[in-house]
Design a protein around this ligand. Structure first.
Ligand code: ADP
Ligand code: MG
Length: 458
């Protein structure tokens, strides 16, 4: 049933050529399993984490099938519809369709909210075979009669669990109801909460189920480490890490939009090229932040979960969880931003006392422990505080936080050591990051990612 080469999957010749141009050597597991079934027209329930190659798994068979059934373009009436939770993801999927379909006479358009609808409506009027959309703007344009969905014979719900989280589930159901009743439907989700299981049950017709377990995919190739650190010391720890040039394309996650802005501002003050990505930013600012990050103009991108979901930027050297997510699944998604397409990557998490339960839930989900880094930027027990000699770096002098025997030692109390025996060191110093064992791990050097073509991504 599966094939270890794209040739064996029976895809149309123009698609094979496009894949060669993309330098895709062989299908990923989900592609090998899904493509033959989808070209036959079967419904699919795909349970797969991020970074498994889902986009090509559905885009290639869609392009294949539509190319075999040429049809007159009808303004505002697409034949295939892909629903995605965020604007960034919709754009990314649109780019992939353009890349894979460039040798085919098929057209596609991407629509999403937050921007003027004018250009989108114009594209729709010209007629498109494939429409990629976020649910809100799609329904809006349907109501305005710029779009009708009754000719949609292939429907994809991508990242369905995230659409649920974002409150789109009713919109999604309305959209499904407006599509052709005899259609092929694909639903992808990283997790299966009851509401998604029910949705799948309602909209899919005898689906084939493909499960790509997270343990065997991205997670195993990613160096994961946790720093137990006081909430107030996270900033210093981040500065320390970023002093290492090996951290050359870093995605930092916070739980909240305000947190993202705060961290971004702090880094800016230290001269790091940085931008923030979250839902409160204007669409053009989000596009720019992402493009700058992709091009390397911005070294650090600070993001919230929703904004970063599904984002595919090649060669991210490190993902840093400045704050751990309260939903364990988000952790897997976050760290999946590195180690794209077979590459390795590193994910470092900062965990303060209040986040210990989150870490526990994450470890339970992954069924493995995350190794702690011995770094001494930890919350030392209260009694140890006053005795610690104050020798640290004068540049990080305390800012009015010295009063009393506070429980969280200030970062200048901190000792970074290679071994637990700091007393052997002639004097306390901050070792270079490369001396800290895991950070010297050779997993993420740029240039090792040979399977990335990057075509259409730059
Ligand atoms: P997912 O949707 O599962 O998160 P994507 O479809 O975004 O994953 O794919 C992740 C990355 O892998 C993209 O950069 C894509 O171009 C690349 N990719 C997908 N399939 C292959 C393949 N067969 N060979 C090499 N790279 C691939
Ligand atoms: Mg995807």
């Amino acid at each position: 049933m599966t094939s270890s080469s794209f040739e064996g999957l029976g895809l149309a010749e123009p698609l094979q050529r496009a894949l060669k141009a993309e330098k895709y050597l062989k299908p990923t597991p989900i592609q090998a399993q899904a493509i033959p079934l989808l070209t036959e027209g079967k419904d699919l329930l795909g349970i797969a984490q991020t970074g498994t190659g889902k986009t090509a798994a559905f885009a290639l068979p869609i392009l294949h099938r539509l190319s075999l059934e040429p049809a007159q373009l009808v303004p505002g009436s697409p034949r295939a519809l892909i629903l995605a939770p965020t604007r960034e993801l919709a754009r990314q999927i649109g780019e992939r369709f353009t890349a894979y379909g460039r040798k085919l006479p098929l057209t596609s358009a991407v629509i999403f909210g937050g921007v003027n609808q004018h250009h989108q409506v114009k594209a729709l009027k010209a007629g498109v075979d494939i429409l990629i959309a976020t649910p809100g703007r799609l329904l809006d344009l349907c109501t305005q009669r710029h779009i009708r969905l009754d000719k949609v014979s292939i429907l994809v719900l991508d990242e369905a669990d995230r659409m649920l989280d974002m409150g789109f589930i009713r919109d999604v159901r309305k959209i499904v109801a407006a599509c052709h009743s005899k259609r092929q439907t694909l639903l992808f989700s990283a997790t299966m909460p009851p509401a998604i299981a029910k949705l799948a049950n309602d909209v899919l017709n005898h689906p084939v189920r493909i499960d790509v377990s997270p343990k065997t995919i991205a997670v195993d190739r990613i160096e994961q480490r946790v720093y137990f650190v006081g909430a107030k010391d996270k900033r210093t720890l981040l500065d320390q890490l970023l002093a290492d040039p090996a951290f050359d394309r870093v995605l930092v996650f916070t739980r909240t939009k305000r947190g993202a802005d705060r961290v971004c501002k702090q880094l800016k003050q230290t001269g790091v090229p940085v931008d923030a990505l979250h839902g409160n930013k204007a669409q053009n600012a989000r596009v720019r932040a992402l493009d700058d990050f992709r091009k390397g103009k911005v070294r650090v991108l600070v993001a919230t979960d929703i904004a970063a979901r599904g984002i595919d930027v090649p060669n991210i050297s490190h993902v840093i969880n400045y704050e751990l997510p309260n939903e364990p699944e988000s952790y897997v998604h976050r760290i999946g931003r590195t180690a794209r397409a077979g590459a390795g990557g590193a994910a470092l998490s900062f965990c303060d006392q209040s986040e210990r339960p989150y870490l526990k839930a994450i470890e339970q989900l992954m069924q493995r422990k995350v190794t702690a880094v011995d770094h001494r930027l930890v919350e030392t027990p209260p009694e140890a505080g006053p005795e610690t000699p104050r020798r640290g770096r004068p540049a990080q002098a305390p800012k009015g936080r010295r009063r009393g025997g506070n429980r969280t030692p200030h970062s200048s109390d901190t000792t970074w050591t290679r071994t637990p025996h700091s007393s052997e060191a002639p004097r306390t110093r901050t070792p270079h990051i490369s001396e800290i064992p895991m950070l010297a791990a050779p997993t993420t050097k740029r240039g090792q990612v040979s399977r990335h073509s990057g075509g259409g991504h730059r």
